[in-house]
Write a protein that binds this ligand. Structure first.
Ligand code: NAG
Ligand code: NAG
Ligand code: NAG
Ligand code: NAG
Length: 290
């Protein structure tokens, strides 16, 4: 008896049980930023009134985000990264409104805003200044969904890794460095370039000027040194500081001059005194690489 009843119930489902209501993508294509995309409310009847929610709030309709006349589909043209969220439809068809199963929309996008970050220092610019022999760790980062993979190209050689380390030894190690961020879903990539430059100098500092100085007569001095990146020059004349590679001065005795390389990445070092060929003129320079 019990068995027969059970079979009867299975064969004749209750007619008033509604179909489950849910949000589903209209097509099988993955949601890509900058492409059209549509969601539909599945399981409602034709006469139903439908309300769309995104993250619990009514969907804001605009020129880009539109509803079909019966509200069954919501279309994004194009889809943007900001459209990501939980979408639900609320269906009213006679009885109490029914909130359907939601759909989590994850927009595939990027890579955008790719940057190379120097460990402990921050984003790298057009040039990456490094001290010879110092180990530097670099990270590549871009905004992507899903997560990007990264490829490094240093002086034409390829390396597939997130963190790239280099220890430049000589000026031979300078050269272009690129990171390529790649998103396998959007099939898009973004390249960020920098140039490895070795900090060097100042070396070969020379001061040129008159071979002899006459007290009370104006004389012009020029300082030249080899630096990477370029040197800046500071002169100290009777305790007065002057800038630029050339100074004019009316001298008395003795005269002190100094040149320094100036970069934001150079730690300060002890000045190295250097005697110039013009007697009576002394120069000092700061060499951050010593
Ligand atoms: C469609 O949705 C809008 C708001 O999103 C609502 O004002 C309107 O009544 C809905 N129409 C139907 C037929 O459900
Ligand atoms: C990056 O994208 C360009 C253009 O789509 C393609 O030619 C190139 O091969 C890609 N590079 C990498 C490393 O995937
Ligand atoms: C980076 O360098 C590569 C080759 O050196 C070049 O094709 C690309 O346009 C550069 N990208 C940027 C953003 O400068
Ligand atoms: C130093 O500079 C002078 C003049 O600019 C140049 O002739 C000389 O070769 C340089 N010496 C070195 C070691 O670079």
């Amino acid at each position: 008896m019990f068995l027969v009843l059970s079979v009867l119930f299975t064969s004749f489902p209750l007619p008033c049980l509604p179909d489950p209501i849910s949000v589903q993508p209209v097509s099988q294509d993955k949601p890509l930023a900058h492409q059209p995309f549509s969601l539909q409310c599945v399981g409602s009847q034709n006469s139903a009134s439908i309300l769309w929610l995104k993250n619990g709030l009514p969907v804001a309709v605009s020129g880009r985000v539109s509803l079909s006349p019966n509200n069954i589909t919501v279309s994004f043209s194009p889809l943007l990264q900001s459209d990501g969220g939980l979408y639900q439809c609320i269906v009213s068809q006679g009885g109490a409104p029914i909130k359907g199963f939601g759909y989590q929309l994850n927009v595939n996008y990027g890579p955008v805003q790719a940057v190379i970050i120097q460990s402990g220092k921050g984003p790298v610019g057009k040039a990456l200044y490094l001290l010879p022999g110092s180990k530097t760790a670099l990270q590549c980062s871009a905004l992507c969904y899903p997560t990007c993979t990264y490829i490094w190209i240093y002086k034409g050689r390829l390396a597939e890794m997130n963190t790239f380390s280099l220890t430049p030894e000589t000026t031979m190690d300078r050269g272009p460095l690129s990171c390529v961020a790649y998103n396998s879903v959007t099939n898009d990539n973004s390249t960020v370039n920098t140039s490895v430059v070795l900090l060097d100098g100042p070396s070969n500092v020379t001061i040129s000027g008159p071979g002899a100085l006459e007290v009370g007569v104006k004389a012009s001095f020029k300082c030249i040194a080899q630096c990477s990146p370029s040197c800046s020059y500071t002169w100290s004349v009777y305790g007065r500081t002057m800038h630029g590679s050339v100074v004019d001065s009316t001298v008395t005795w003795p005269l002190s001059l100094s040149a320094a390389r100036h970069t934001t990445q150079s730690p300060g070092r002890q000045p190295q005194p250097m005697r110039h060929s013009v007697s009576q003129v002394w120069s000092n320079y700061y060499d951050p690489s010593i």
